[in-house]
Design a protein around this ligand. Sequence first.
Ligand code: F6P
Length: 341
Amino acid sequence: MRIGVLTGGGDCPGLNAVIRAVVRKGVSVYGHEFVGFRDGWRGPLEGDTMPLDIQAVRGILPRGGTILGSSRTNPMKIEGGVDRIKDNLASGGVDALIAIGGEDTLGVARQLSDRGVRVVGVPKTIDNDLAGTDYTFGFDTAVNIAMEAIDRLHTTAESHHRALICEVMGRHAGWIALHAGMAGGANVILIPEKPFDIDKVCEYVESRFRTRYSPIIVVAEGAHPIEGQMAVQTGELDAFGHVRLGGIGEVLAKEIEKRTGKEARTTVLGHIQRGGTPTAFDRVLATRFGLQAIDAVHDGAFGTMVALRGTEIVRVGLDEATAELKTVPVSRYEEAEVFFG
Ligand code: F6P
């Protein structure tokens, strides 16, 4: 078989490990051939390819980013997009596709699968918000980066008796904030799933100062207060209709200073959480996903996504995987709340 591989949406550490595993097993065990599509769905849409053989994947296991490039191109928003993809696959002799991506990329994969394209999905996102899989690779790396930042913020916050706010990624799901905040001993964690009470946040800040420690507040970029949206939004939408966020940390710092009289400063981690080398956990998970994805293609299990359930890799329908986002349940937030203040 000749199999196309693409990586779409926001990149994350571990994408190259998947590509490597797919190609290594696909060539050496099954004797398949591969072609790389550049920049997510733009590749098959425009027929933009690159060679993808064993030589091309040598040495990429620990590398962040993706050798294939990525984009948020949405072929469903482009007139005739599906037909163009089908034509390009046919003219390139591509029998099947492996699409590595999050909810948006896999949502497109599902729609293409419904229209007869033979596709297997691999879940990735630092946000860990894909239904159907216990974890996505990239998440562990992002959490470790954020945790290390929080550790560093603790020491400088205490020297200067400041409240320090750490804004992490997470538009709709607060997994990074929850895990990094718990691991880093944050005094308050604010997530999009639970609108926060600014009075309560300020109480936590003040009680932490009373114990002669300095508060660290971890806030997901999509968190917002009970009384209304405070996040500064650019208003810009990407091809999947997501608003670009950023700014809740700054807004929060101003509000805390105003209400408590204490100095509050913000660090926005931004894309640092997505860059660089993956953790061992993410390399192993990504590698196992890649191995199972090529098995799924070989078995003709199209329209599925590989997923982690406990310690096993299973296949789930792309429809189940993209039906809804996996957000932080109330019970998980309540565990973290025990340590607030
Ligand atoms: O989905 C991954 C993610 O990193 C989100 O956490 C974040 O909100 C978004 O992508 C940022 O996207 P971009 O890099 O396109 O601004």
